[in-house]
Write a protein that binds this ligand. Structure first.
Ligand SMILES: Nc1nc2c(c(=O)[nH]1)N[C@H]1C(S)=C(S)[C@@H](COP(=O)(O)OP(=O)(O)OC[C@H]3O[C@@H](n4cnc5c(=O)[nH]c(N)nc54)[C@H](O)[C@@H]3O)O[C@H]1N2
Ligand SMILES: Nc1nc2c(c(=O)[nH]1)N[C@H]1C(S)=C(S)[C@@H](COP(=O)(O)OP(=O)(O)OC[C@H]3O[C@@H](n4cnc5c(=O)[nH]c(N)nc54)[C@H](O)[C@@H]3O)O[C@H]1N2
Ligand SMILES: [Mo]
Length: 788
């Protein structure tokens, strides 16, 4: 049974124990509790019939056979449908009729479920009881239907009217000594209009405490790209994916987490492009696929390859591989001057000589040791790179969630700059973003370190006087809640308690708050581990119609490649009592800031009015209302793409960071915490992980077979994990099942969010402040409790 409470250490203790047996869903609460666990290699192409079967199962589970399929045909269509709330992969530009994937469908169906978590549920179960339920069981109660407030005397959530809920928030926020005693979290689902209002409310109130899921996701990418190129986003768009000669896919499990990328990869293969996957694991997207939307291919079982080379780097070894590629290209330039794009380097970059010297000074021995690859493998990658006219490098969490995430992303840029792979078709850096609008959130102001120019524009366009001091990010917010420095926590979506590191510590922080507010669609752990006062405010989902005084409203979102377009809901709301996210923000703002200069009610009547203000306040949003209604929306100008670099030097900057030592010492292993195929961040759909051949098991740890032998661990037997934090404290997870998996020695892997109990509060990167969710130092041994 899952209850972080049981696992809480006495305050200040260095030892924290969590028993896997207690965490595993039990008593039929888990999705597949009755079935046996198993693991076998997956030998089929990605997507295809396995995907179709899985979709059917989810539609049935959520009892959504009527509206489900209808909605799916309206997904990701030019301004006539809603944007898939799944990942941030851009929409097809060539008029695809069915631009969808298995996991997008699962995600939509999850939101459209016929199940309801109404007032009866909360009357029947106390909060202490709900806290013993598994995460799956909590979300499986269905959509939230009306605002609920926690009653300390009865230990139940009870219905509360919207106005009373807003009044409670207003009075708590106004009672704080300092606006910085509140924190306003955003999960990347929030549309642009709501985002803009949310940051406006926080800043008019007086704080930049705007932690977001991006702090755990691509903070490193944003910082690195800003340092190197002057803007914190990728420069490549879908057209570039369609024209690149070489694609490097680093640290992303595309078949599960950005499945529509499979289409781009198979098309690239068909046109003869080189596709190099860099990953300790050979993920399903690194083999072959049945193109997700291609029903004919599916009927004929026709699959296409999606890889020409797989490089199984050691965890954290990407930077060494990239530096090796750079070294090889530089060495090659001695005999072949065209190996480097000297004209580009001279005209557009800064710092090349220093970087060249650093590459020359780094020995092949060191590069082999740190990357976990042979020199021959590194040279293969370098050869792909030097032969290609146009190279695109893409990455996700396998690169960003490390101590040296910033440095590695800068190394990606270094490599691209060497051959002028920037500012032209088919080339450039292309991070794969996570949540469907996480990039739009940043663009529209969710940033705890806002640029002064951004604040000036907001001040001018909206008449507020925003605070200038930097605010708290996710890691710092948890620490501040602990110290009592943050007393009110507002979560705009997401599941903060489970997503953030060090679960028991985060739970404790949440409980110390005077008030916690969660704007959500479904019940989750963050609602049952709450502050002294607590509110659950249910909102419309993206699939639902948003009717306001002046008609049906749409919201805009920005994808991974900076395309902004409209999303219009089509379903009847799950309950007549739901409000839209913009309306909830306006309600909170009005109650908190009675004398606000912002016309909140006026904005909510018609979101075009919000967009008109955004057009004045945000760079790149000129003529917003017209351009967002163009067939594919519009692309936000990306100066680096036009070789305009908003850096100190006005040039693209090479970086010359020392290589980090990522080789684990003694008997330690580097543990990564990743997603299964059947989950969406903290939402678990089932205990299966199809592409890794796992059935009905989440409490597992995948290991290299030699590492298992060396530790006397037999296949399928229970092990205990001890994580050694940067601050020397240890955390434990016991009774997990060890499975041999094809990966380099020294690496291990298991699932988030369960393994967040192993991520210590000190385990974040000093350059990005991002938690080290892909590089925990662990010791793994046969279970002390004996085999079971
Ligand atoms: N269906 C579905 N889609 C999703 C999500 C979801 O949960 N479910 N989540 C969304 C979100 S918020 C995000 S941020 C993205 C996350 O997308 P991913 O980044 O794919 O997420 P993870 O599952 O954490 O997988 C990390 C990948 O990096 C690899 N890796 C680990 N360490 C290293 C390393 O040191 N080097 C290299 N090269 N690779 C490494 C792992 O083996 C794995 O393939 O997906 C988004 N899309
Ligand atoms: N160990 C470990 N931890 C990780 C990661 C990892 O790789 N390893 N990845 C990190 C990453 S990349 C991310 S992005 C975070 C994710 O962190 P979050 O974004 O905080 O978590 P989610 O699981 O995406 O949030 C799920 C909840 O969002 C709510 N929700 C769903 N749709 C909507 C909507 O339309 N509106 C509103 N208001 N609410 C909605 C539902 O109530 C649901 O329970 O987790 C991070 N945590
Ligand atoms: Mo993410």
């Amino acid at each position: 049974m899952e209850n972080p409470d049981d696992d809480r250490p006495p305050t200040g203790a260095a030892e924290e124990t969590t028993d896997a047996a207690r965490r595993a869903p039990a008593g039929g609460e888990g999705p597949d509790a009755a079935h046996r666990a198993s693991q076998q290699p997956y030998r089929h192409p990605a997507a295809g019939w396995g995907a179709a079967k899985s979709v059917t199962r989810v539609l049935m589970q959520e009892r959504e056979f009527v509206d489900g399929p209808r909605a799916i045909f309206r997904m990701n269509h030019e301004n006539s449908g809603f944007d898939c709330p799944g990942c941030a992969w851009p929409d097809d530009t060539k008029g695809l009729k069915l631009d969808i994937c298995e996991n997008g469908i699962k995600h939509v169906t999850w939101e459209m479920t016929a199940k309801r978590a109404g007032r009866e549920l909360f009357a029947a179960h106390s909060v202490s009881e709900l806290a013993t339920w598994s995460d799956f069981a909590l979300e499986d109660t269905g959509r939230l239907t009306e605002p609920m407030v926690y009653n300390e005397e009865t230990d139940h959530y009870e219905p509360i009217g919207w106005q009373a809920a807003f009044a409670l928030i207003g009075s708590e926020l106004r009672a704080l000594d300092d606006p910085n005693q509140a924190a306003f979290y955003t999960s990347g689902r929030l549309g642009n209009e709501a985002t803009f209002l949310y940051q406006l409310m926080a800043r008019e109130y007086g704080t930049n405490n705007l932690p977001d899921c991006s702090n755990m996701c691509h903070e490193a990418s944003g910082r690195a790209l800003t340092q190197a190129l002057g803007t914190g986003k990728g420069t490549a768009d879908l057209k570039d994916w369609e024209t690149a000669d070489a694609l490097f896919i680093m640290g992303v499990n595309a078949a599960s987490n950005a499945p529509r990328m499979l289409t781009a990869l198979s098309e690239a293969y068909r046109r003869g492009a080189q596709i190099v996957h860099v990953n300790p694991l050979v993920e399903a997207a690194a083999t072959r696929t049945i193109v997700p939307h291609d029903l004919l291919d599916m009927a004929l079982f026709k699959s296409t390859r999606t890889s020409t080379l797989n490089l199984q780097v050691r965890a954290g070894g990407d930077m060494a591989l990239l530096r090796g590629m750079a070294k090889a290209v530089i060495e090659e330039s001695a005999s072949d001057p065209k190996a480097l794009d000297r004209e580009f380097i001279e005209r557009h970059t800064q710092g090349f000589e220093e970087y060249r010297a650093l590459c020359e000074a780094t020995s092949w021995d060191e590069l082999e040791r740190q990357s976990g690859l042979t020199r021959a493998d590194i040279l293969k990658a370098a050869e792909v790179y030097s032969r290609a006219d146009r190279t695109l490098i893409s990455w996700c969490l396998g690169v960003s969630q490390h101590e040296h995430g910033v440095e590695t992303v800068r190394e990606i840029v270094n490599v691209l700059l060497l051959r002028g792979n920037l500012g032209r078709e088919g080339a450039g850096p292309s991070p794969v973003r996570g949540h469907s609008n996480v990039q739009g959130n940043r663009t529209c102001g969710i940033d705890h370190r806002p640029a002064p120019e951004f604040l000036d524009r907001i001040a001018q366009a909206c008449g507020i006087d925003p605070p200038r001091a930097h605010g708290l990010d996710t890691v710092a917010t948890v620490a501040a809640m602990h110290r009592g420095d943050v007393k009110v926590f507002v979560g705009m979506g997401g599941n903060f308690v489970k997503a953030a590191p060090d679960t028991p510590y985060t739970v404790e922080g949440m409980r110390r708050c005077a008030l916690t507010v969660h704007v959500s669609t479904k019940l989750n752990r963050s609602h049952v581990e709450h502050g002294r006062k607590a509110l659950i405010l249910p909102c419309l989902g993206r699939t639902e119609k948003d009717q306001q005084r002046r008609g049906l409203q749409s919201t805009s979102v920005e994808d991974s490649m900076s395309m902004v377009h409209l999303s219009v809901g089509m379903k009847r709301p799950a309950s007549p009592h739901l409000l839209s996210e913009p309306a909830i923000i306006a309600g909170m703002a009005r109650a908190t800031l009675p004398d606000s200069v912002v016309p909140w009610e006026h904005y909510i009547e018609d979101y075009d009015r919000i967009r008109d203000t955004m057009a004045r306040a945000l760079d790149g949003f000129e003529d917003f209302n017209r351009r967002v209604r163009l067939p594919l929306g519009f692309r936000i100008r990306q100066p680096a793409r036009e070789l305009v670099f908003l850096t100190g030097s006005g040039r693209a900057e090479f970086s010359s960071a020392p290589l980090p030592d990522v080789v684990p010492r003694d008997d330690l292993l580097v543990l990564q915490t990743m997603r299964s195929h059947d989950q969406w961040n903290t939402t678990i759909y089932s205990d299966d992980d199809r592409y890794r051949g796992v059935k009905n098991l989440r409490t597992l740890v995948l290991m290299n077979a030699d590492d298992m032998r060396a530790r006397g661990i037999a296949e399928g037997t229970p092990v205990d994990l001890t994580a050694i934090s940067k601050d020397g404290t240890t955390r434990h997870l016991n009774g997990y099942t060890a499975l041999a998996y094809d990966m380099p020695a020294g690496c291990a892997a298991g699932y988030m969010p369960e393994m967040n109990v192993l991520v210590g509060r000190a385990d974040y990167s000093t350059t990005s402040d991002q938690p080290l969710m892909k590089s925990l130092s662990v010791r793994i041994a046969p279970s002390a409790a004996g085999s079971g």
